[in-house]
Design a protein around this ligand. Structure first.
Ligand code: NAP
Length: 250
């Protein structure tokens, strides 16, 4: 069976758990060698790598805080050492915290913007240096909150709206180098992160499900196939686009 990403090298940020882990597994299942980035969960990243290697694929776990430019640079240096090149970058690492207007402070703002926005730019900057003459594909994980209307989420929603604007801007800037930049906007997805934040057990989940035409929240495996598609040559004339994967919820 032919694999869509045979011979390609992919870096997935925040791939030790949640949506990123399943994206890493599915990219590897299509033949990509995968850098499984994590910031603190070495065990989770090692588990993803073992599963890929156990299935006959190639992967390495690389620790880096994506909000830190020096660590991002060293992650790509390790990528180059391990696999020699980069073809696909999935900017998935992100954090979500909710707070009413009165509770917003420097920490709440910078924690989210430094990773979700600045870290995404740093990672893309380094990946772009390693993409070859045949170009590359960057897939940014944004969210339905980028265009939705959710209370107490002004900072998080702001980061994800920024990701969409950055997607369009970089698509225009990098298109001449055959680098495609697209974003995927998930609705609420059941992950380690949404569990530990209490989101998947909350009243909000019920409200979201009631407003979702397909009547349920998502799983990481609802998101990953679209990322594989955007990474592959099947999407070779698609750039600057945003794909909502949310069961129809906006
Ligand atoms: P998650 O379960 O909390 O996992 C987050 C991942 O990001 C982990 O692998 C974590 O690694 C990594 N990470 C956190 N801080 C990092 C940093 N500074 N540097 C590098 N990696 C870091 O998250 P998720 O729910 O799968 O969400 C993944 C992405 O999808 C995020 O961008 C999120 O905004 C977006 N999204 C999620 C939902 C949802 O409902 N789940 C909906 C829409 C969009 P460590 O464990 O090692 O720290």
């Amino acid at each position: 069976m032919s694999q869509k990403l045979q011979g390609k090298v992919a870096v997935v940020t925040g791939a030790s758990k949640g949506i990123g882990a399943v994206i890493a597994l599915q990219l590897a299942a299509e033949g990509a060698a995968v850098v499984v980035n994590y910031s603190s969960s070495k065990e989770g990243a090692d588990r993803v790598v073992s599963e890929i290697v156990g299935n006959g694929g190639k992967a390495v776990a690389v620790k880096a805080n994506v909000a830190n430019q020096a660590e991002v640079k060293s992650m790509f240096a390790e990528t180059k050492k391990a696999f020699g090149r980069v073809d696909v970058l999935v900017n998935n690492a992100g954090i979500y915290e909710f707070a009413p207007l009165d509770a917003i402070n420097d920490e709440h703002f910078h924690k989210q913007f430094n990773l979700n926005v600045l870290g995404l730019l740093y990672a893309t900057q380094e990946a772009a240096k390693l993409f070859g003459a045949e170009g590359g594909s960057v897939i940014n994980i944004s969210s339905v909150v980028a265009t939705g209307r959710f209370p107490n989420g002004s900072v998080y929603s702001g980061t994800k709206a920024a990701v969409e604007a950055i997607t369009r801007s970089l698509a225009a800037e990098l298109g001449p180098r055959k680098i495609r930049v697209n974003s995927v906007n998930p609705g609420m997805v059941e992950t380690e992160g949404t569990h530990s934040a209490g989101i998947t057990e909350s009243e909000m989940r019920k409200q979201v499900e009631a407003q979702t035409p397909l009547g349920r929240i998502g799983k990481p495996k609802d998101i990953a196939p679209a990322v594989v598609f955007l990474a592959s040559d099947d999407a070779s004339w698609i750039t600057g686009e945003t794909l909502y994967i949310s069961g129809g919820m906006r």
